[in-house]
Design a protein around this ligand. Sequence first.
Ligand SMILES: Nc1ncnc2c1ncn2[C@@H]1O[C@H](COP(=O)(O)OP(=O)(O)OP(=O)(O)O)[C@@H](O)[C@H]1O
Length: 300
Amino acid sequence: MIELKNLDKTFQNVHAIDHMNASIKEGMIFGLVGSNGAGKSTLLRLIAGVLMPDKGQVLADGIPVSENPAAKEKICFLSDTPYFFPNASAAFMRDYYALAYPRFDCKLFNTLANKLNIDFSRKLNTFSKGMKKQVSILLGICTGADYLLCDETFDGLDPVMRQAVKSLFASELMKRDFTPVIASHNLRELEDICDSIGLIHNGKLLLTEELDHLKYHVHKIQCVLPNEALEQQLIKELTVLQYEKTGSLLLLTARGTKESLLQCVNRKNPVFAEVLPLTLEEIFISETEVAGYDIKNIIL
Ligand SMILES: Nc1ncnc2c1ncn2[C@@H]1O[C@H](COP(=O)(O)OP(=O)(O)OP(=O)(O)O)[C@@H](O)[C@H]1O
């Protein structure tokens, strides 16, 4: 398990990570989502030990990560722009990673790289953006690290490669306690592959929850009620994250299970009512709006 204990990081006058406490359980895919500049990359770099926190600490399976080689073997960080040594080839980077990570699986790297037609001897600085990402992901998977931190790693991969990487993650998860932590703006994709989600805004974690649990406890209500007084009563009774009215149709995003919300609406004798699940994108928009990140303030 990765534990964040009162983790805090400031750059000059930017409070990038604000006294964060959370845990990420092993053996599941964790998605990290958040607005631009929310602190996702900074958090991943702190977890990897690439950055030092100002306060607090990160523990990987109970071991502090900062300046601790034993903990760093457990974690591999894939930056959004892969870094390779100047003039290095895939074979050179493979051999370097094999020295840095004692559990590095050269045979697996060679097999996968051959399948992807990666030229072992060609300089990586002549590879396309997507091809560099492929090499970076293969290196990451083959490290044998327990925690693979992926910063917008899927961006730049073509659809076939995205599928291939997802099945690689799935096969590693079958073999061992492997935990990919994926920061991405592609919420549709995260919704498909993640077991848990952390939502970060202004350096604070707004929530960390299992995706199924999250979707079970927040819903969208569409209803037409007999009068405005009943609408106001309903809004007061529920924990409403967002609401708007279009003609006589009231649209609410509220916390609660489908059953509890339906019961509440039905007590108001609606002309029409339905309770629908939210997509991860809708959850993101409503939760960040509550935290002050309102699309209405951005769109002119
Ligand atoms: N080295 C640095 N020096 C100064 N400020 C920094 C540095 N690194 C990050 N920041 C600031 O910290 C905040 C969080 O940045 P971070 O890159 O972690 O956000 P992010 O959630 O990954 O954003 P995005 O989705 O846009 O990639 C931003 O305000 C950013 O400008």
